[in-house]
Design a protein around this ligand. Structure first.
Ligand code: NOJ
Length: 507
């Protein structure tokens, strides 16, 4: 998009803001704005010291036909060596927290606690100390999809033994890193991950087992999460005094026909509720509508059981309430419409709801990511209503940009989504405490390799130094953090800020 088109769009945004009370655009006292990353996507150093092989090392080395540019995370952004530079960049923007994940095989090279890598632990201790001494709070995700490769040969998350294996790994990280950490996230995006890795083949290990594979995977992930939560509660919380939760990717659903609110409700349950209902609802367990529709579909296929596994009362109780906050990753929204069901036929796509995009929603460089700012406010209100207004930590929100550092589309995206979030908070009472931009740096975007750029900072992946260059959005973000309120983009001021920023970082 050229600058004139961008300014035009922005002034319409500002124009629509004229009716918004100016207090609504303030960030409340104590509100934290930060950025996020994940180990495989940024660290590199894939075989440094005694690190074991992860499922993503294996996938990118052995099955790189699934990665659009045939690339891998062997070096990625090389944050393993360059974390100090990154911490200075964050400090300069004024970011208050940094969400990163631990690589399971960097800490436990065999996957199990019979061998603990002191070098691996030291890397994370150093990173955490560097963040803390620069006034940035570490938010640590224990698992962002890169489990040990050999577990893959045992069926990955379709194998119930993963629950125990994950719990033992979590116990080690609480013990070793817990004294330095106040915010834990057990698992990143369990539902999307299961659909893509066990149900489909776009995420490692790419099992392609359709609905049944996804259901089994999520069933085990939820149990693993609950086990880790209770280990923290019983063995570490009293001395470490942190918070622990899980992060869900939830979209907002706009009904095609205004009165089809049932379609929006059911779509929410099959998307967000699938993983969230067992943890955050009053009664726990999967959403009733999922249980009913999948059971009926299974019966129509002649199965003597439902393809959606059942939780015993023991597990329902253990999982229910096992999160101190509602972690939310949000990028985009969908349109939905109920599909009439013919007698004796399965529900359409399990849910009976057709999910599609509104072609008038602006596109982004990422094909699944249409820009729908009002959807963030929408999903915050959905979560408030469904789960009694829990504290929400937005742990990912962002968009990819076009090549170069003039990321006007990112500024526009962040402005629109933050405005929608602030209205949901300040006008509608949604209890949001944390907002996190995905991502600090351009990084390895899974099956899209390095072709999609989600960073506030551009990374030159062709240069051995992985040179970092701040994009325009960093100047804007710096300004809104300093002011404590959302402000629209002003091109002249931004250029001045941007130059000042680059002088500080030496770029
Ligand atoms: C969510 C995932 O957690 C993250 O790994 C990914 O890069 C972003 N979405 C963008 O696709």
């Amino acid at each position: 998009m050229d600058i004139l088109t961008f300014l035009g769009l922005l002034s319409s945004l500002i124009g629509s803001g004229a009716s918004v009370q100016s207090d609504y655009l303030k960030f409340p006292q104590g509100f934290s704005i930060g950025t996020a990353s994940s180990s495989y996507q940024v660290e590199g150093a894939w075989n440094a010291s005694d690190k074991g092989v992860s499922v993503w090392d294996w996938f990118t080395h052995e099955k790189n036909e699934f990665i659009i540019d045939g690339s891998n995370g062997d070096v990625a952004c090389d944050t393993y060596h360059k974390y100090k530079e990154d911490v200075q960049i964050m400090k300069n923007i004024g970011l208050k927290h940094y969400r990163f994940s631990l690589s399971w095989t960097r800490i436990l090279p065999n996957g199990f606690p019979n061998k603990i890598s002191q070098d691996g632990l030291q890397y994370y201790k150093d990173l955490i100390d560097e963040l803390r001494s620069n006034g940035i709070e570490p938010f640590v995700t224990i698992y962002h999809w890169d489990h040990p490769e050999f577990m893959n040969r045992f069926g990955s998350w379709t194998n119930a033994l993963m629950v125990k294996w994950f719990a033992e790994y979590a116990r080690v990280v609480f013990r070793e890193l817990g004294p330095r950490v106040k915010f834990w996230t057990t698992i990143n995006e369990p539902n999307n991950y299961c659909e893509q890795s066990s149900g489909g083949k776009s995420q490692a290990p790419g099992m392609d087992l359709a609905f049944s594979g996804s259901y089994l995977c999520l069933h085990n992930l939820l149990k693993a999460h609950a086990r880790a939560y209770h280990i923290y509660n019983e063995e570490f919380r009293a001395t470490q005094n942190g918070k622990i939760g899980i992060v869900m990717p939830c979209r907002h659903n706009f009904p095609k026909y205004e009165n089809d609110t049932e379609a929006a409700r059911i779509a929410f349950e099959f998307d967000c509720g699938w993983a969230a209902n067992p943890i955050f609802s009053k009664n726990g367990d999967y959403p009733a509508v999922m249980k009913q529709r999948i059971k009926e579909n299974s019966q129509l296929e002649g199965l003597p059981f439902s393809r959606l596994p059942e939780f015993s009362p023991y597990w329902i109780n253990l999982i229910r309430g096992s999160s101190d906050y509602f972690g939310l990753n949000h990028y985009t929204s969908k349109m939905v419409e109920s599909v009439p069901r013919k007698r004796g036929t399965p529900w359409y796509q399990e849910s009976g709801v057709r999910v599609f995009v509104n072609e008038s929603w602006p596109e982004s460089p990422t094909n699944w990511l249409r820009v729908v700012p009002e959807g963030l406010g929408g999903v915050l209100r959905d979560v408030k209503e469904a789960y009694g207004n829990p504290p929400v930590y937005i742990l990912e929100n962002g968009v990819s940009s076009y090549p170069g550092v003039a990321d006007y589309n990112r500024i526009e995206f962040l402005y629109g989504y933050m405005k929608s979030m602030l209205l949901a908070m300040n006008r509608d009472g949604c209890n949001v405490k944390v907002y996190t931009v995905w991502s600090l740096l351009d990084n390895f975007e899974w099956d899209r390799g390095y072709t999609e750029r989600f960073g506030l900072i551009e990374v030159d992946f062709t240069h051995p130094n992985r040179t970092r260059t701040p994009r325009l959005s960093t100047g804007w973000l710096k300004k809104i953090i300093a002011k404590g309120r959302l402000i629209a983009f002003n091109n002249t001021e931004l250029s001045v800020n941007y130059r000042a920023f680059n002088m500080c970082t030496g770029n």
